[in-house]
Design a binder for this molecule. Structure first.
Ligand SMILES: C[S@@+](CC[C@H](N)C(=O)[O-])C[C@H]1O[C@@H](n2cnc3c(N)ncnc32)[C@H](O)[C@@H]1O
Length: 342
């Protein structure tokens, strides 16, 4: 059996002991790697290293696996080859997406970017290419990235029992938001879901794979992301559940059909609130509205935007939850409001 070196099972801390025992019993707990702790939205999780993907649990790739038998870090690998003043600037984190590594490198290290890429490929023998990340641009959320070592920027990434094909230089893939993706993927049984900013299927695919929905309508405007969305639907064998629509969700969102609407976009999401609310069934449903909010306007701005948009359509709003997903920029949070609209 080939051991997959980076796979971890992501479990809430309260369930971890029981699951760890089951993994040991099934001989899939990886004893060479350390168990790590992770906190997201005040919930503690344990990341249990395993030797292969286990379908019944959320499985992810660990960017920085820690081995009992110590492996050399990027800093250690590179230290002999760079001047001392650059040492402190060497990044200590990066994302492994399928067989690719995505890393942000400060401008001061321009002259050693290729070296950093080569050392990362040495650290991750399964990986084939390292790309440098320079941020995300525009409404299509297109990443600005360039190859610094290796070749080929398309990969297959496995997460939470789902498989995604993507080109990391053409579409964004957020490995964060794990709790949110899990929540969405477990709450849509027998429902009609409209995913208004579907991307390559970050929410739609896990819902289809895990949640037994009646139907998902996934809307995406960027033809490149839409192409990957179509491929990912086929790869995950959920073509009977997901109907992808290429278009602007301000124009093509269907009306009066959804039990649940996901508005997983930030920046100008509030401009689309009336389309999101109109997509819900006349008797009502649940809206997941995302936005980026300055800390001092939390939570009122996001909540009021939902309430006002609903009121304008003659609807009532019951706020079910408001969650901080992650820090988006200094003093700005990516938040999601769950609201029952009737
Ligand atoms: C943040 S990305 C995908 C988000 C994904 N739900 C996630 O959580 O990772 C948002 C997507 O919305 C798409 N998009 C932007 N404006 C749109 C619009 N008016 N109609 C449909 N899709 C749009 C972008 O092309 C992008 O793929």
């Amino acid at each position: 059996m080939q051991i997959q070196q980076n796979v971890i099972v992501y479990v809430p801390i309260e369930e971890a002991e029981c699951i760890r025992a089951k993994l040991i019993e099934s001989k899939v707990l990886d004893m060479n790697r350390k168990i790590k702790k992770f906190t997201e939205n005040d919930q503690n999780y344990l990341l249990l290293p395993v030797t292969k993907e286990i379908p019944e649990y959320i499985c992810l790739e660990d960017n920085n696996p820690e081995f009992y038998e110590s492996q050399r870090s990027l800093k250690e690998l590179i230290s002999d080859e760079i001047p001392a003043q650059k040492f402190a600037k060497i990044p200590s984190s990066w994302q492994v997406i399928g067989t690719l590594i995505v890393i942000a490198i400060p401008d001061e290290l321009n002259d050693i970017a290729t070296l950093i890429g080569q050392k990362l490929l040495q650290m991750y023998p399964k990986c084939t290419c390292v790309v440098r990340d320079k941020g995300i641009k525009g409404a299509f959320r297109v990443p600005e990235r360039e190859i610094i070592a290796g070749s080929g920027t398309e990969t297959l990434h496995k997460e939470n029992g789902c498989i995604f094909r993507l080109d990391v230089t053409k579409v964004m893939f957020s490995k964060g938001n794990l709790a949110e993706k899990k929540l969405m993927s477990t709450s849509s049984k027998n429902e009609v879901v409209v995913d208004m900013f579907a991307g390559i299927g970050y929410f739609s695919i896990p819902i289809a794979v895990h949640s037994s929905p009646k139907k998902i309508i996934s809307i995406e405007l960027n033809p490149v992301s839409f192409g990957y969305l179509q491929e990912n639907i086929l790869l995950n064998h959920v073509e009977n559940l997901i109907e992808p629509i290429l278009g602007d969700c301000a124009v093509v969102t269907p009306e009066g059909i959804a039990d649940r609407v996901i508005m997983g976009y930030v920046g100008t999401t509030h401009h689309y609130l009336s389309s999101g609310i109109k997509a819900l069934k006349p008797e009502g449903g649940v809206l997941h509205y995302h936005e980026t909010t300055p800390e001092k306007l939390l939570p009122e701005r996001a909540v009021n935007r939902v309430k006002e948009a609903a009121l304008q359509l003659g609807k009532n709003t019951e706020i079910l939850d408001i969650r901080r997903i992650k820090k988006y920029a200094p003093g700005v949070w990516h938040v999601v409001v769950d609201a029952k609209i009737t």
